[in-house]
Design a protein around this ligand. Structure first.
Ligand code: FAD
Length: 509
C-alpha cells in the first residue's frame, strides 16, 4: 500500500561509509536530505580497516578526526617474513611527516567508522531511516522520486531534486540507470578472518606479512591483545571444491607462516573473489552513484572505503552549491569526470600492487620473494620515495588537473588541480586551520593586500598571508590561490581577474 510522500532536497540510498559521508557533508552545507538503509543498523563486520590521511583530513572538518584516532591505532611498522625468517622491518610511522596533519594510516574497523558517522549525524539531529529497502526511482525534468518499503512494510515515496545511490557493489540505482560495471573478477579465492591468537613472533601492534610461493599471508593488528585480521589467498581452490572454512585452512596457514602460532578464537571468517570494476558513468541526469556502487577495487592498499568517502566529499559541495543557486548544474558533470578519472587510476595502481602480492606466476614470485623485501626496507630511508608513496596511499595526492574547474597554472611545485598542500606557519598554525569553512576561498600570499573578489553571487572567504613557504612556492610572491570548497586548487597565479572569470563561468547569475 502506498503511504506518504515526503519531500526533501537529496535522497541518499544506503548508509554504508559512502552514504553516511554524503549525509555528513550535505549537513555541513545546510542541505536537507533523507538517507534510507535496508539493514536495521550499521555493519557489525570489521571490513575496511584502514582510514587514510585524506579521510582523516575530511573527518577533521566534520570534527570527528580526534574521536577516530582515539578509538583506532596508528599503524607503526610492517614486518616481512619468508620461510619463518624476518627479511625486513619497515618503520611506517610518520611516513607522511610534513605532508599532512595526519602523517599515518589509522587502523579502525569499518563498523566503528560507520558508528562515528552515525553518531555525528544523530548529534546534529539527523536520523537514518533503517529497515527501509529502496526499490526504484522515477526522474523527470524537475525532480526525482524514490520508492521504498519502510521498516513496517509500508510503501513510501520521497520526492527530491537529486538522488545519490550509495548502495554498494550490487547497486540497484546503477542497474536502473543501465550503467555497465566493466572490469574483471580474479579467479583466485581470498579469505579474511578476524582472530585472537598467541605467538612469540606475531605479538606486536604491527603489520606482519608472510611472503609465500603462492601469494602472501597478512596479519593486520586490530584493537586488543592478540587480535589480528588475517588475509590470504587460496590459489588452488576450485569453484567445485567444498566451501572453505577457517578450520579447513588453519593448518595450511600455520604451515606456510612457519613461525609458532596458535589460533585461540575466530571472530569472523569469510572467503571471497576479488573484483576490479568501474561503472560507465557516475551520473544519469538527476541520479548519481558513489562508492562501491560506482567502482570496486582489489583490497590492496586499503583504498575502497576511503575512495567512497572522497566521492561523497567531491559530489556534496557541487550539489549543495547548485541547490543553493550559487553555481549552475553543469558543475555536477565534473563529478563524473573527476572521480571516474581517479577510480580508473586507482584501479590500475591497486591492480599492479595486487598482481605483485597475489600473482602466482614465476615472475611475480621472483619480484615478491626477492625484490620486494629489500626494496620495501628503503622506502622510509629516502625522502623522495616517501614523497611519492605517501601521497599515493593516503589519497592526499589525488588531483584534478584536467577538470573544467581547473585553470592550468602553477607556482613553484604547486599546480592547479592539486589538493592545497599542507604546511605549518612559523606561529605553529597550520594552513588547514584556515580552510575548514565549506566555501570557495581566495588566498593571497604576499606583503600587500590582495584584491577582493565580491562581484559574483558565489560567497568567497578571503585570507591574506605574508609568510610564504619557499619549499613549496619557490621565491614567488604576490600570488593568489583559488580554492574550491573541497580545498582543491582551481587556480594558482598572479591574476585575480582569472579567478573572477572562472567564478563567473560557473556562477548561476
Ligand atoms: C574484507 C574486506 C576488507 C576491506 N578492507 C578495506 C580497507 O582496508 N580499506 C578500504 O578503504 N576498503 C576496504 N574494503 C572495502 C570497503 O569495505 C568498501 O569499499 C566500503 O564498504 C564501500 O562503502 P559503500 O558505502 O560504498 O558501500 P557498502 O559498504 O556496501 O554500503 C552500501 C549500503 O547500501 C545498503 N543498500 C544496498 N541496497 C540497498 C537498497 N536497495 N535499499 C537500501 N539500502 C541498500 C547496504 O545495506 C549497505 O549498508 C574492504 C572490504 C572487505 C569486504
Amino acid at each position: 500500500m502506498q503511504n506518504n510522500t515526503t519531500k526533501t532536497q537529496v535522497i541518499i540510498i544506503g548508509a554504508g561509509p559512502t552514504g553516511l559521508s554524503m549525509a555528513a557533508q550535505l549537513l555541513r552545507y545546510g542541505i536537507d536530505f533523507i538517507i534510507i538503509e535496508k539493514n536495521e543498523q550499521t555493519t557489525h563486520l570489521s571490513k575496511a580497516l584502514v582510514v587514510q590521511a585524506r579521510t582523516l583530513e575530511i573527518f577533521q572538518e566534520l570534527g570527528i578526526a580526534e574521536k577516530a584516532i582515539a578509538i583506532g591505532q596508528v599503524t607503526t611498522a610492517m614486518n616481512l617474513f619468508y620461510k619463518g625468517k624476518q627479511k625486513t622491518a619497515v618503520d611506517i610511522q610518520g611516513l607522511g611527516e610534513g605532508m599532512s596533519q595526519f602523517p599515518f594510516a589509522l587502523s579502525l574497523e569499518q563498523s566503528k567508522t560507520e558508528k562515528l558517522l552515525v553518531d555525528h549525524l544523530s548529534e546534529n539531529g539527523k536520523k537514518i531511516q533503517w529497515g527501509s529497502a529502496f526499490s526504484h526511482f522515477e526522474q523527470g525534468e524537475n525532480g526525482v522520486s524514490a520508492f521504498y518499503t519502510d521498516d513496517k512494510g509500508n510503501e513510501q515515496k520521497i520526492e527530491a531534486q537529486y538522488l545519490v545511490g550509495c548502495d554498494g557493489a550490487s547497486s540497484l540505482v546503477r542497474h536502473q540507470l543501465g550503467f555497465a560495471f566493466e572490469g574483471d573478477t580474479d579467479p583466485k579465492l581470498f579469505y579474511v578472518a578476524d582472530v585472537k591468537l598467541s605467538s612469540p613472533v606475531i605479538n606486536k601492534n604491527e603489520l606482519f606479512m608472510f611472503m609465500i610461493k603462492k601469494g602472501f599471508i597478512l596479519f593486520f593488528p586490530m584493537e586488543g591483545k592478540g587480535h589480528y585480521r588475517v588475509i590470504g589467498i587460496l590459489p588452488d581452490h576450485k569453484d567445485t571444491d567444498p566451501p572453505v572454512t577457517f578450520i579447513s585452512i588453519k593448518n595450511y596457514i600455520k604451515q606456510e607462516v612457519v613461525c609458532p602460532l596458535d589460533f585461540e578464537e575466530v571472530l569472523w571468517f569469510s572467503s571471497y573473489k576479488v573484483h576490479s570494476r568501474k561503472a560507465g558513468s557516475f551520473q544519469g541526469e538527476r541520479c548519481f552513484i558513489a562508492g562501491d556502487a560506482a567502482h570496486i577495487h582489489t583490497p590492496a592498499g586499503g583504498q575502497g572505503m576511503n575512495t567512497g568517502i572522497q566521492d561523497a566529499y567531491n559530489l556534496a559541495w557541487k550539489m549543495a552549491f547548485v541547490l543553493k543557486g550559487e553555481v549552475n548544474p553543469g558543475v555536477l558533470e565534473t563529478y563524473t569526470s573527476e572521480r571516474m578519472g581517479n577510480a580508473k587510476h586507482l584501479l590500475q595502481t591497486t591492480d599492479r600492487i595486487f598482481d605483485m602480492m597475489a600473482g602466482t606466476n614465476p615472475v611475480w614470485n621472483f619480484i615478491r620473494l626477492n625484490l620486494f623485501p629489500p626494496l620495501s626496507g628503503i622506502i622510509t630511508k629516502y625522502d623522495f620515495i616517501k614523497k611519492r608513496i605517501f601521497p599515493l596511499l593516503s589519497q592526499i595526492g589525488i588531483a584534478y588537473p584536467d577538470s573544467d574547474l581547473t585553470l592550468k597554472s602553477s607556482i613553484g611545485k604547486i599546480k592547479a588541480g592539486m589538493r592545497m598542500p599542507y604546511f605549518v606557519f612559523a606561529d605553529g598554525k597550520q594552513i588547514y586551520d584556515y580552510l575548514s569553512k565549506p566555501a570557495f576561498k581566495i588566498l593571497f600570499f604576499g606583503d600587500k593586500n590582495g584584491s577582493t573578489i565580491n562581484d559574483t553571487s558565489i560567497k568567497i572567504a578571503s585570507h591574506n598571508f605574508t609568510e610564504i613557504p619557499r619549499t613549496l612556492f619557490g621565491n614567488e610572491t604576490d600570488f593568489y590561490i583559488l580554492l574550491r570548497p573541497d580545498n582543491h586548487i582551481s587556480y594558482i597565479g598572479k591574476d585575480a581577474c582569472i579567478c573572477r572569470q572562472l567564478l563567473n563561468r560557473i556562477n548561476i547569475g
